[in-house]
Design a protein around this ligand. Structure first.
Ligand SMILES: NC(=O)c1ccc[n+]([C@@H]2O[C@H](COP(=O)([O-])OP(=O)(O)OC[C@H]3O[C@@H](n4cnc5c(N)ncnc54)[C@H](O)[C@@H]3O)[C@@H](O)[C@H]2O)c1
Ligand SMILES: O=C(O)C(=O)C[C@@H](O)[C@H](O)[C@H](O)COP(=O)(O)O
Ligand SMILES: [Zn+2]
Length: 363
């Protein structure tokens, strides 16, 4: 017997269809309904690390009568390129993929970002299903319909808003995740705690070691709480015309660090440093109280996430931050906190303020 999965609803916004995020175990039985009765072909996009899982899923779907192909992507950020997207388009073209056929992305956030982007662009948009296999993928990347790839100039610079038809979070997938990747995903869980649901912070602070393990006492609750934060936000603002920007807490600097490190840092690790920076910026701007600012270092550090970054890189980081998607013209914009769970936008901060916040994270 498997317990019934938790079902978290994501409302339709900006004309997009609503869908559900399921969290539980043995969820693949949900796929046929999500694929729908019109599809003849399905493409399973998976990273190299999940070759066995991807092929098993392809075989299972072929056994159900679909013309099923598996497309293997490079691991992690190496998949988020125009070349990899083009490789996928070629495979879909050669399979005769039509508008009623379905893409399934099985993997971490990098894989589901590419799978969603390929689905968004193939024939100007086909149905897709996300099967996230990392903490980060479950709580953030697979939910909300932001899809995309990187360019030489920066992170996620090309993409589309294209929500999935459903998201299946099978907690058993987390058992094989390296601890480094598990912990990286906790950064987005902690982000959800600071911007909207402080109970997340209490749970992690109460048992940081348990929070780092898939068999920890609060694993399902932490994942579900973070998904609920994301689901609520994107349900009302799919296309980031306002509220959705709060999900970018810590990301302005994080994306610059990722690019500077040629994507050898995990996204979550960079977001961790980015949140410490944003907390310091909030404090220096007179918005954030000392206790909440200090709490960032304490909780992120308690699970082993990084809190500092090379101090000699600031000019390059600043340059990259200018092409952040929240920028408007020459105006840099940051998400900061006015207090715990009170995110807001800080527009055009004085360069001296940015430098002072940077001094607090400079290694
Ligand atoms: N679209 C969004 O809203 C959104 C939100 C947050 C992050 N993201 C993106 O997500 C990406 C980061 O995702 P991530 O942290 O999941 O990393 P990832 O996708 O790079 O995966 C990390 C590594 O784990 C491997 N892996 C995945 N699942 C595994 C499993 N169950 N067992 C063993 N290995 C496994 C992958 O192949 C990869 O090598 C970044 O590109 C980030 O920009 C997107
Ligand atoms: O869903 C969102 O919106 C987010 O900002 C969530 C982030 O965690 C995520 O990393 C997202 O991909 C960043 O988006 P970008 O627009 O800054 O590239
Ligand atoms: Zn993120």
């Amino acid at each position: 017997m498997t317990d019934a999965p938790t079902r978290i609803h994501v409302g339709g916004s900006a004309g997009a269809d609503p869908y559900d995020v399921l969290v539980g175990r043995q969820l693949l039985g949900e796929l046929p309904e999500l694929i729908g009765h019109q599809a003849k072909r399905v493409a399973v996009l998976h990273p190299e690390a999940l070759a066995t899982t991807g092929e098993a899923l392809r075989e299972d779907l072929a056994g159900q009568g679909y013309e099923a192909i598996a497309i293997q992507l490079p691991n992690a950020e190496e998949a988020k390129t125009a070349e990899v997207a083009a490789y996928c388009w070629k495979a879909l073209g050669q399979t005769g993929f039509t508008r009623t056929d379905v893409v399934i992305g099985v993997g971490g956030g990098a894989t589901t970002d590419v799978a969603g982007f390929v689905a968004a662009t193939w024939l100007r948009g086909v149905r897709w299903i996300a099967v996230p296999t990392t903490v980060l993928g479950m709580v953030d990347a697979a939910v909300g319909g932001k899809t995309g790839i990187n360019t030489a100039e920066g992170k996620n610079l090309v993409g589309a808003f294209h929500p999935p038809a459903g998201v299946l979070c099978d907690l058993a997938a987390l058992d094989s995740l390296p601890v480094h990747d598990y912990v990286s995903g906790l950064a987005e869980v902690i982000k959800a705690g600071f911007i909207a649901d402080p109970a997340i912070l209490d749970l992690i602070e109460g048992d940081p070691e348990g929070a780092k393990r898939p068999d920890g006492p609060h694993t399902a609750e932490l994942i579900e709480r973070a998904i609920r934060v994301k689901a609520e936000v994107v349900s009302s603002d799919l296309k980031e015309s306002g509220l959705r920007e709060i999900l970018n807490y810590g990301h302005t600097l994080a994306h610059a660090i990722e690019k500077n490190e040629r994507y050898n840092w995990r996204h979550g690790a960079a977001v961790s440093v980015g949140m410490v920076f944003a907390a310091e910026l909030g404090r220096i701007a007179g918005r954030l109280d000392d206790a909440t600012a200090d709490r960032h270092r304490a909780v992120l550090g308690s699970v082993g996430l990084p809190l500092t970054y090379r101090g000699d890189q600031w000019p390059k980081l600043l340059e990259t931050m200018k092409v952040d998607k929240k920028s408007r013209g020459d105006l840099l914009r940051f998400i900061v906190l006015d207090g715990l769970a009170k995110p807001t936008v800080l527009e055009g901060p004085d360069p001296a303020m940015l430098l002072a916040a940077h001094a607090e994270i400079a290694a």
